[in-house]
Each structure stands twice: as structure tokens, then as C-alpha cells.
Design a protein around this ligand. Structure first.
Ligand code: GLV
Length: 333
């Protein structure tokens, strides 16, 4: 290797597939984190010193202070489709490119959202815990009777790529009636392709037998499902959240589940995760998973490779594959 060749330095903030780190090493001096230590803000800021690029995951918060302390930084590539861990206006002001990993996770995440909804509707976790506890001693006519998925009304809040994937599964695979609410209505042809009808939020809450949340987190939709919204849902309905913690008021949801104001929930994301609201751990009628909706081996590898591709492209003179703010960068002072 020609040691005179300039090699930009890159931080890989969390442990990630060794083969992806090896790809990065072909181009960069890589500071990686195989022990998967969770860097706090001060440590992340310090580790970024001298780095032209960073590979982050959804738990790594990159804000104005982190960016200001690292004026040499040119790109931060998030291994996630969501990017609420980035202060994007601060990225724009600092002239730092941000990228995410859309598309490669759509179908895998839609599979998981559908599975979680089915698990909640058919009480799979609750009945499994019962069996494991040695409490199964007879057949009973109403044992863990849940609610049907096929033919029911599927409500989707947030209708991007993953929402459309779930709509297709419901409409085409399970004969569900699909309604959705989104700030902007889909073009008619897209609605027809996924067999979904736009409704206002109140109608969605009132009519859905199974409500699935797939909208990106923003401060405007913080707690957009709270006590008042849960009260509008059917007492037989289920709620599934594969979007982000903070969209649902978890404390209010725990109360609604305990008081059976809705039948069940499936949650993959939590406010303040990895901490989980203790009220949710206490109620039987909720399926809880640790933020794994995109976690198939193939998809997580594809996400990691896409984040790496973005770093390699941008830091070797090309353009990002999946930029978030390419047109909005302000020049550095
Ligand atoms: C996971 O939550 C992601 O945003 O990719």
C-alpha cells in the first residue's frame, strides 16, 4: 500500500458487521468500536476529533455542539431510516452532509410490523408466558380468544414506504379493509396499488380494528397517541408502534391497557428506550420487542453497507447515495 496516499479518518460509533468495517478500512483510517461501548456526548465529540466521516446508529445523538466541536467533519451516515437523532438544521448550518438507509429495510420492517400486530391481536406473547409458567392444564372454549386479523379494518398512521408495505400485506394477503391517515394524501394510483383509503385522524382512531403507527418522529407528533386518542379507539382494538418512542404516551398506553380501554398492543419502540415504562412491563396484554423491526440478517447487513457506501462515495469524491440534506448545506464560514 502506498502510505503517502491521504486517507481520511472515519469513526464507527457502534459495533457493526466486521466485513463492513473491513470495507471501510480499504479507504479510511477507521476508529471502530468492536466492544460496543455506548459513547456519551462528550466521548462521541472527542472521538470525532480529526474525523472526516462518521458511521452512526439511531442512538447516537449528533447536535449543534457535537458538530461545532468538529469543524473538519463532512458526513455522518446513519445506519437507520429514521434520523431524529440528528439535528438536521444544525447539520445544514455546519455544512455537514447527513445520510440514512431508506428502501433496503422497507419490506423487512413491514413484515415485522405485521407480525407484531398479529401477535397482539392473537395474544401470542401473553399465552406463551402462561404456557411457560406451567399454568396450562386444560382446553377452554375461550382460552386466549383474541381478535381476527383477516377481514378486519387495518388503520395506518403515517403512510410512507413501510406503511404502504403493511397496507399491501393487509389488503392483498389478509383481505383487510385498509384506511390510513397521513399529512399528505397519496396519489390515487398509489392508494389503488395498496388498496388504502385516506381518512382524517379521528376516523382512523374510531374505525381501525388494528392501528399501526409508522410515522417518523418529530417534535410536532410527540405524544400524538395519548390518553385522548386512545379513548377514541374501539375497546376491542389493538395498537402497534414500530415508528419511534415518543410518538405514543407510554404512561397513558399502560393505563389504557390495564383498564382494557383497548384490547392489546405491540410495541417495538419506547420513550427513553432501552428503558421501558414500568407500567408496560406490568400488563399482560402487550407484546414487547427491543427495537428490532429491521433486524433480519440480510437487511441489517444491507443497511450497514448502505451507510458505508455513503461514506465511501462522499469521502472519495463522489456523491451520497441517500442524502438527507444535500440541497440544504450552507457553506462553512
Ligand atoms: C430503525 O428504527 C430505523 O429508523 O431504521
Amino acid at each position: 500500500m502506498n502510505t503517502n496516499t491521504f486517507r481520511p479518518a472515519v469513526l464507527v460509533a457502534r459495533a457493526v458487521f466486521p466485513e463492513v468495517v473491513a470495507r471501510l478500512r480499504q479507504h479510511f483510517d477507521v476508529d471502530d468500536n468492536p466492544e460496543d461501548i455506548i459513547y456519551n456526548k462528550a466521548e462521541l465529540t472527542r472521538r470525532l476529533h480529526g474525523k472526516a466521516g462518521a458511521f452512526t446508529t439511531g442512538g447516537d445523538r449528533v447536535d449543534a455542539e457535537v458538530l461545532a466541536a468538529n469543524p473538519q467533519l463532512r458526513i455522518v451516515a446513519n445506519m437507520a431510516v429514521g434520523y431524529n437523532n440528528f439535528d438536521l438544521p444544525a447539520f445544514n448550518a455546519a455544512g455537514v452532509l447527513a445520510t440514512n438507509t431508506p428502501d433496503v429495510l422497507t419490506e423487512t420492517t413491514a413484515d415485522f410490523g405485521f407480525a407484531l400486530m398479529m401477535a397482539a391481536a392473537r395474544r401470542m406473547a401473553e399465552s406463551e408466558h402462561f404456557l411457560r409458567a406451567g399454568r396450562w392444564d386444560r382446553w377452554a372454549y375461550d382460552m386466549f380468544a383474541g381478535s381476527d386479523v383477516h377481514g378486519a379494518t387495518l388503520g395506518i398512521l403515517g403512510m410512507g414506504r413501510i406503511g404502504q408495505g403493511i397496507a399491501k400485506r393487509g389488503a392483498l394477503g389478509f383481505g383487510m379493509k385498509v384506511i390510513y391517515h397521513n399529512r399528505s394524501r397519496l396519489p390515487e394510483a398509489t392508494e389503488a396499488a395498496v388498496n388504502a383509503r385516506w381518512v382524517d385522524k379521528a376516523t382512523l382512531l374510531k374505525e381501525a380494528d388494528h392501528l399501526v403507527l409508522v410515522l417518523p418522529y418529530s417534535p410536532e407528533n410527540h405524544h400524538c397517541i395519548a390518553a385522548a386518542e386512545l379513548a377514541q379507539m374501539k375497546p376491542t382494538a389493538t395498537l402497534t408502534n414500530i415508528a419511534r418512542g415518543g410518538i405514543v404516551d407510554d404512561a397513558a398506553l399502560a393505563v389504557a391497557l390495564r383498564e382494557r380501554r383497548i384490547a392489546a398492543a405491540g410495541l417495538d419502540v419506547f420513550e427513553g428506550e432501552p428503558a421501558v415504562h414500568p407500567g408496560l412491563l406490568d400488563v399482560p396484554n402487550v407484546v414487547l420487542t427491543p427495537h428490532i423491526a429491521s433486524s433480519s440478517v440480510a437487511t441489517r447487513l444491507a443497511m450497514a453497507n448502505l451507510a458505508a457506501d455513503n461514506l465511501i462515495a462522499v469521502l472519495t469524491g463522489g456523491t451520497a447515495l441517500t442524502p438527507l440534506n444535500a440541497g440544504q448545506l450552507q457553506r462553512r464560514a
